[in-house]
Design a protein around this ligand. Structure first.
Ligand SMILES: [Zn+2]
Length: 61
């Protein structure tokens, strides 16, 4: 399993953790979460930039 915490993306007061069987799943889930819950945080970043910064932070569980 792979996981990525929303707090690691710079949203310190959010406890959401995206989990998946591979990086792609985790990224998809975190993108959905950001679009729904933190749309303001994405204004300065393209979707590609978001994905790149997520990849660096994904951890094995
Ligand atoms: Zn969040």
């Amino acid at each position: 399993m792979k996981k990525l915490a929303c707090s690691d993306m710079g949203i310190e007061d959010c406890e959401f953790i995206a989990k998946g069987n591979n990086e792609e799943e985790v990224i998809q889930r975190m993108m959905m979460h950001h679009k729904t819950h933190h749309p303001d945080e994405m204004q300065d970043m393209s979707e590609e930039e978001m994905k790149e910064s997520m990849k660096d932070k994904i951890e094995n569980e």
